[in-house]
Design a protein around this ligand. Structure first.
Ligand code: PLP
Length: 388
């Protein structure tokens, strides 16, 4: 196959990893719905062509596309975002090791770090991303890795990410970042010094609210270690989901542009609304990380935002009952807008104090701004807030 160097991210999303020529001249790679393949002679167990061993055609094509999009040497797809995160952490850490993690993580990652890793003999120390002068004091002789998120979920905070990557490098730690919300369209962590990028590909990478998947991108050596661990832990992605994810990726740049510009329009509308006490969106000048987001994020701040409704929990619940376009449902990053009340859903298991510490107030609504016309979303929110 003739190849030319890839340049733009849209071209990369469509052509990188495209194996061609496909059977019968198919322009896109078909789904190889086969668990196993003819044995062509292999050097070791990990090369046996088998879906669980993460080396079949749809998995390989997707890995090539994802590596190119994030600017990494290699990539791996997994059965969910949590599978990507847990398998990667269990690869870079072992019993007796210590992990440093930024506070304010996605709830699932927070629970994994706080409750599961200790069961494997791994301890976790939490650092305040806004206080770099305090990071060194959190180091221990057994600290091996650092974990962060590029745009946090739910409060869309943006830490000094290059400083976190350099801190990790200076102290010999493997730096890991969840780039789910920003996506490589808005932020490419490897170019800023991170070793490993993880994704819930369920969200923007796929973009259609119709599958669950994860991804890990980084150096060839680290990704191969993660692949071998995943081969044993078994969290592989099936070929049909690979096909859908590959298809979703082709429109990633277009979708992110629209998610970001619509979210900014919705955030600006909400910021002016008398029934809204506070809006959390890094594209707004009032957000605590606005200046940093402007410096680090390219072409927008993604499609996730939160807002606090005047009138407390009851008023927030009334907004949920009144909206007609956003679905009241968990998750984010798809064409359909979604809205949730974290206090009674994702953060319901926390005490009121823990929720307050996480910034999750009772009247906080999280919205994943989808690909509907932004004026329709604004009209719908306007009508719902009038009834709240
Ligand atoms: N990372 C972030 C930022 C998320 O929002 C989520 C899910 O909401 C995950 C990881 C976990 O992804 P999954 O649900 O695909 O396991």
């Amino acid at each position: 196959m003739r190849t030319r160097p890839m340049q733009g991210l849209s071209t990369t999303a469509i052509h990188a990893g495209h194996p061609g020529p496909n059977a019968d001249g198919a322009v896109v790679q078909p789904i190889y719905q086969a668990s196993t393949f003819l044995d062509a002679g292999h050097a070791n167990y990990h090369d046996v062509p088998y879906i669980r061993l993460n080396n079949t055609p749809n998995q390989r094509a997707l890995a090539t596309t994802l590596a190119a999009l994030e600017g990494g040497e290699a990539a791996l797809v997994s059965a969910s975002g949590m599978a990507a995160i847990s398998t990667t952490l269990l690869t870079v850490l072992q019993a007796g090791d210590h992990l440093l993690a930024q506070r304010r993580l996605y709830g699932g990652a927070h629970s994994l770090l706080a409750h599961e890793l200790p069961r494997h003999g791994i301890t976790v120390g939490w650092i305040d991303p806004d206080a770099p002068e305090s990071w060194a004091a959190a180091l221990r002789p057994n600290t091996r890795a650092l974990y962060t998120e590029s745009i946090t979920n739910p409060l869309v905070r943006v830490a000094d990410l290059p400083a976190l990557a350099s801190f990790a490098r200076a102290h010999g730690l493997v730096s890991m970042i969840d780039n789910t919300v920003a996506t490589p369209v808005h932020f490419r962590p490897i170019a800023h010094g991170f070793d490993l990028v993880v994704h819930s590909a369920t969200k923007y990478l796929n973009g259609h609210n119709d599958l669950v998947a994860g991804a890990v991108i980084g150096t060839a050596a680290l990704v191969e270690q993660v692949r071998r661990r995943q081969n044993h832990l078994g969290a592989s992605l099936d070929p049909h989901a690979c096909f859908l994810l590959q298809r979703g990726l082709k429109t990633l740049t277009l979708r992110m542009r629209q998610h970001s510009s619509s979210a900014l329009a919705v955030a600006q509308f909400l910021a002016e609304h008398p029934r809204v006490e506070r809006v959390h969106y890094p594209g707004l000048t009032g957000h605590p990380d606005h200046a940093r987001a402007q410096a680090l994020l390219r072409g927008g701040c993604s499609g996730l935002l939160c807002f606090e409704v005047a009138g407390g929990l009851r008023a927030a619940e009334r907004v949920l009952r009144q909206v007609t376009l956003p679905a009241v449902a968990a998750s984010l990053g798809g064409a359909e807008s979604l809205i949730t009340l974290p206090a009674t859903t994702s953060h319901a298991s926390l005490t009121a104090e823990e929720r307050a510490e996480a910034g999750v107030t009772d009247n906080l609504l999280r919205m994943s701004v989808g690909l509907e016309d932004p004026q329709d979303l604004i009209a719908d929110l306007s009508a719902a807030l009038a009834e709240a």
